[in-house]
Design a protein around this ligand. Structure first.
Ligand code: BGP
Length: 470
């Protein structure tokens, strides 16, 4: 037993995204999203249209099994469940004026089920699933018209679900557009042909749209709390050389800027300087500036998986993998089977840094270990002996507890992929994060049956004791 304690009402739970688990990719009027042309993940070019090898077409069939899955989350004692709404279920092409009722009705059913179990919904409005038509016709967020399409979409969501959903995230890992412009920003222009001006203009459009979502919530769903969602990745200097220390800060600022803008409502000087140095000239209207300034977020949410290093010494730049982007490897850390370096202290650092910097409530909405699980039979019961996952989560939650003891205002913690789902980067199912094993393989075979892993009971106990069992 440790002395770690978490606040009363702490929102323990798990996180998912529509495109990675729902399946039913053409059901009930759903349109295609960019994910339907990404069968191999982020490392290979998009396909011209949907192909049968895309595991996301079926996902884990959450679209039809949501009640069974939510019952399992309830059995673990989840206080909250993070899921995204597939934009292309609500507006199949993205630029229509009227929403698709059958798509809206699906999320009503999901919310009914959550309510039945007393689980608080945490909704991501846009999680890497821009309607494909918007990517192909408008080049995604490069085009200013996207702001209007997104605004119509969020207003539809707040009108329909505003009384039932309190916590909303405007864009998943909004800063990831810098690294994965198609997946994150629906930008159809290949990354190597995308000019810095178009990239940063797209970012500006998303930031204005995020502020507009906050504004719309104040009007349509006054009890809603709106958060930004950033991919966090602490950057350590590889050596104590002051040049390395500053290089680490410069690399980290690429990510920090997004929180700065959402919390302070204006572009920081270091960001504007970096744009000038890249020859970027942004089109920003006076109305944009006012929107950003007047509609800052209620809380800051983030994903955390690993840290990276930085150095100015080219001969020491040994690169590693990470969540959507890697960095210089840290020689002191171990790594996952996908080369993501495991660093629980980094999570405490992020929490302390974000709280000290922004003084806004924080929410860890993604953290976890992707691993190649083996389904085995123990005492006649099929399960996964995922002690490695328990060790990962235990160490990270202990680090979280230290930050909470420092006075960090933390709203909750949702592990990524609480039930196995399709990986965002590899588009495979063999990279598993869940407490619940789903019988589906990379070749699409499998019964889709669900099995509790060893970590299922472990997490249930953590939640039952509000972290005291850690
Ligand atoms: C984040 C995404 C998620 C998710 C997670 C794990 O970048 O927000 O959608 O999948 O990372 O990444 P992966 O699935 O590539 O292991």
């Amino acid at each position: 037993m440790s002395t770690i304690s978490f606040p009363d009402g702490f929102l323990w739970g798990g996180a998912t995204a529509a495109n990675q688990l729902e399946g039913a990719y053409l059901e009930d009027g759903k349109g295609l999203s960019i994910q339907d042309v990404m069968p191999q993940g982020i490392m290979t070019p998009r396909t011209d249209g949907p192909t049968d090898d895309n595991l996301k077409q079926v996902g884990i069939d959450f679209y039809h099994r949501y009640a069974e899955d939510i019952a399992l989350f309830a059995e673990m004692g989840f206080k909250t469940f993070r899921f995204s709404i597939a934009w292309s279920r609500i507006f199949p092409k993205g630029d229509e004026t009227e929403p698709n009722e059958a798509g809206l009705a699906f999320y009503d059913r999901v919310l009914d089920e959550l309510e039945r179990h007393g689980i608080e919904p945490l909704v991501t409005i846009s999680h890497y699933e821009t309607p494909l038509h918007l990517a192909e016709t408008y080049d995604g967020w490069v085009n200013r018209d996207m702001i209007g399409f997104y605004e119509r979409y969020v207003r539809t969501l707040f009108t329909r679900y505003g009384a039932r959903v309190k916590y909303w995230l405007t864009f998943n890992e909004i800063n990831s557009i810098v690294h994965a412009p198609f997946m994150s920003g629906g930008i159809n222009t290949p990354k190597d042909q995308l000019s810095p001006t178009d990239l940063y203009q797209a970012i500006h459009h998303e930031l204005v749209a995020s502020a507009l979502a906050t504004k719309a919530a104040r009007e349509l769903a006054p009890n809603a709390q709106i958060g930004c969602m950033v991919l966090s990745m602490p950057v350590y200097p590889l050596t104590p050389n002051p040049d390395d220390v500053f290089a680490a800060l410069t690399t980290e600022r690429v990510n920090l800027a997004f929180g700065d803008i959402h919390v302070r409502g204006e572009y920081p000087g270091y960001y504007l300087r970096s744009l000038r140095e890249q020859g970027v000239e942004l089109t920003i209207t006076d109305e944009d500036r006012t929107l950003l300034k007047e509609n800052t977020v209620d809380f800051v949410s983030f994903s955390y998986y690993s840290s990276i290093c930085e150095t100015t010494d080219e001969s020491k730049r040994v690169m590693g993998e990470g969540n959507l982007f890697g960095g210089v490897k840290n020689p002191t850390l171990k790594e996952s089977e996908w080369g993501w370096q495991i660093d629980p202290v980094g999570l405490r650092l992020v929490l302390n840094q974000f709280w000290d910097r922004w003084q806004k409530p924080l929410f860890i909405v993604e953290n976890g270990l992707g691993a190649k699980d083996q389904l085995v039979e123990i005492d006649g019961v099929k399960t996964v002996a995922d002690d490695y996952r328990i060790a990962y989560l235990q160490a990270h939650l202990e680090a979280v507890g230290e930050a909470v003891a420092d006075g960090v205002d933390l709203m909750g913690y949702t592990t990524w992929g609480c039930i196995d789902l399709v990986s965002a980067s590899t588009a495979q199912l063999s990279k598993r994060y869940g407490f619940i094993y789903v019988d589906r393989n990379d070749d699409g075979s499998g019964s889709l049956d669900r099995y509790k892993k060893k970590s299922f009971d472990w997490y249930a106990e953590v939640i039952r004791t509000n972290g005291a069992s850690l």
